[in-house]
Design a protein around this ligand. Structure first.
Ligand code: HAM
Length: 424
């Protein structure tokens, strides 16, 4: 039996990979404008890192991590997300001491979660994410959200919905937590086992339960917004004001609970509002995580960020039928006639490529007609034809595929002549 790809993973083949490259390029371009710099961290980390940051009551930690013991008996985990690693690296490299603050980082790479695969949900997926660490200015919350929205918009997405919430600071959350426990406790027996376990450990997680989401107590559950203290309230108002200033539409959703434990204050998600989109509509999620650096053993450095997967980005582009500029062409295709000419094109091809042109030739001993067809298929701007007679006469025939015009140029100054034809 032949070996197949593991469940929940995918091969990105040529033809499809160009979409990925386009998004990646756009993301890098935007990060340059917004002044975020790339960080690359390992694919695996000590398991402890995710227990402490993502949180041991979350689905990610409890059910979805690829954890293994290495030959030295250490517990390692394939990263399920990028924030923990970015913050670990911030602490480990003492970036709080860097001259420019806040430290603004971005990353792009594979993440791993053992989830039930379905449309838009993979076991290996690629996240693009940003983290701004070292500032508690609500303007940076707005900046981070603006970056994500700008990326989607620059690729042509229009049907987007931004939802925001505030989870408040520690004090607000403690008050809310108590209210949640009082609300659910008398009837917790009607909820799933997970929710029962969450009641004491992390009652806010109950609001995120998929199984019990229609239970009447869910709708009447106390809203975090009623428990925000003055600082948290003022902070959230500032974030909203900045978003309005930036003309970014949003809806406040007090039930927005993110699936990771490190959040406080601003939390947000960007959803696709497109009709053709599948059941999973969240494209991007993020929020503020003041206190996470301390959790990982560093000094205080409040942070905020987001992550989005390229897989869902592409699904949204397809649902909105966005036309991407993917048509590829090459500068020159070399057609040869006869053995001597064929040998000659090996060197010519290299010269073209080293001069900065994309170029190709035949490697299947095809007849001249088939070589022209191949040139057509690769959308060649020029086709240069070389036969034995031409070699003798120190000539090569260059045809512009756009105008149909043919020019004979000297073979020994081909690159120079090709350049002037190309530029004319
Ligand atoms: P998250 O909400 O777990 O947050 O994931 C962020 C995004 O990753 C999701 O909105 C979705 O686009 C994508 N994603 C998650 N799981 C899958 C999957 N199984 N298949 C495909 N795409 C998926 C985080 O990961 C946080 N680290 C975000 C963050 C950064 N918060 C602050 N900074």
């Amino acid at each position: 039996m032949s070996i197949r790809i593991p469940r929940g993973t995918q091969d990105i083949l040529p033809g499809e990979v160009e979409k990925w490259q386009l998004i990646e390029e756009k993301a890098r371009e935007l990060c340059e404008k917004f002044q975020y710099r790339e960080i690359r961290t390992p694919i695996f980390e000590h398991t402890e890192l995710f227990l402490r940051s993502v949180g041991d009551t979350t689905d990610i930690v409890q059910k979805e991590m690829y954890t293994f013991e290495d030959r030295g008996g250490r517990s390692l985990t394939l990263r399920p997300e990028g924030t923990a690693s970015a913050v670990r690296s911030f602490v480990e490299h003492k970036m709080h001491g860097d001259a420019s603050q806040p430290v603004k980082l971005y990353y792009m790479g594979p993440m791993f979660r053992y989830e039930r695969p379905q449309a838009g949900r993979f076991r290996q997926f690629v996240q693009f994410g940003v983290e701004a660490i070292g500032s508690a200015d609500p303007a940076i919350d707005a900046e981070v959200i603006a970056l994500a929205m700008s990326l989607y918009k620059s690729m042509g997405l229009q049907k987007l919905k931004l939802i925001v919430n505030s989870l408040g600071d520690k004090k607000s959350r403690t008050a809310h937590r108590e209210a949640l426990v009082n609300h659910f406790k008398p009837r917790i027996g009607e909820f799933c086992q997970d929710c029962q376990n969450r009641l004491e450990k992390n009652p806010m997680r109950i609001l995120d339960c998929k199984q019990d989401r229609d239970h009447e107590l869910m709708k009447s559950a106390p809203s975090i917004l009623d428990y925000l203290n003055d600082y948290s309230k003022a902070y959230f108002e500032k974030v909203q004001k900045y978003l309005k200033n930036l003309d970014i539409d949003f809806t406040v959703d007090p039930n927005l609970v993110r699936g990771l434990d490190y959040y406080n204050h601003t939390a947000f998600e960007i959803m696709s509002d497109s009709e053709g989109f599948g059941a999973i509509t969240t494209l991007c999620g993020g929020g503020r995580y003041n206190g996470l650096t301390e959790e990982i053993g560093g000094p205080e450095a409040p942070g905020i960020g987001f992550a989005l997967s390229i897989e869902r980005f592409i699904a949204a582009l397809e649902a909105e039928k966005v036309d991407l500029p993917l048509a590829k062409s090459i500068d020159c295709y070399l057609v040869s006639l006869g053995e001597e000419a064929k040998d000659y094109t090996v060197g010519l091809l290299q010269q073209l490529r080293m001069a900065g042109y994309s170029a190709e030739r035949d490697y299947l001993d095809r007849k001249i007609k088939a070589q022209f067809k191949a040139a057509d298929r690769s959308n060649a701007k020029f086709v240069a034809v070389l036969g034995e007679d031409e070699i003798k006469a120190n000539k090569i025939n260059v045809k512009s595929m756009e105008s149909g015009e043919q020019t004979e140029v000297e073979l020994d100054s081909f690159i120079e002549k090709f350049t002037s034809l190309y530029q004319s």
